[in-house]
Design a protein around this ligand. Structure first.
Ligand code: THU
Length: 131
């Protein structure tokens, strides 16, 4: 299993590939699954702004596209900004879905090297469910 530091390095590398000409706000994410597999993603913007894809959902889509079926254990999120990039509401709902009942860790790092760790159940209590 990769360490938190390794996940953050991969997230940082992914943020270098960010396509964010409109916001100038690069984000990179690295998702770790129970299988030990990791998948990364960056944010991808569009001239029709509302079509923007966040780094976290790009990473989780990458996992699905590669056939990942196990639980999402951790997701590291890096943005080269002065404050931490918390996952947006849509990404929190996606994280909750792929956590499959596990209280997924969300590891954040900013440009000053500040690292904070949260759990999805704290960031998204009472998430939407079909049950
Ligand atoms: N963004 C992410 O990639 N993840 C988040 O959790 C929040 C926001 C991106 C979307 C957009 O490209 C840029 O950050 C500014 O909103």
């Amino acid at each position: 299993m990769k360490s938190n530091e390794e996940l953050l390095i991969i997230a940082k590398e992914a943020s270098n590939n960010s396509y964010s000409p409109y916001s100038q706000f690069p984000v990179g994410a690295c998702a770790l699954y129970e299988s030990g597999n990791t998948y990364s993603g960056c944010n991808v913007e569009n001239s029709s702004y509302g079509l923007t894809l966040c780094a976290e959902r790009n990473a989780m889509s990458n996992a699905v596209a590669n056939g990942e079926k196990s639980k999402l254990i951790k997701i590291a999120i890096f943005s080269p900004k002065s404050s931490l990039c918390f996952p947006c509401g849509a990404c929190r709902q996606w994280i909750q879905e792929f956590s499959q009942g596990y209280n997924t860790e969300i590891i954040l790092e900013d440009n000053n090297g500040n690292i904070q760790i949260f759990n999805i159940n704290d960031l998204l209590p009472h998430s939407f469910t079909l049950m």
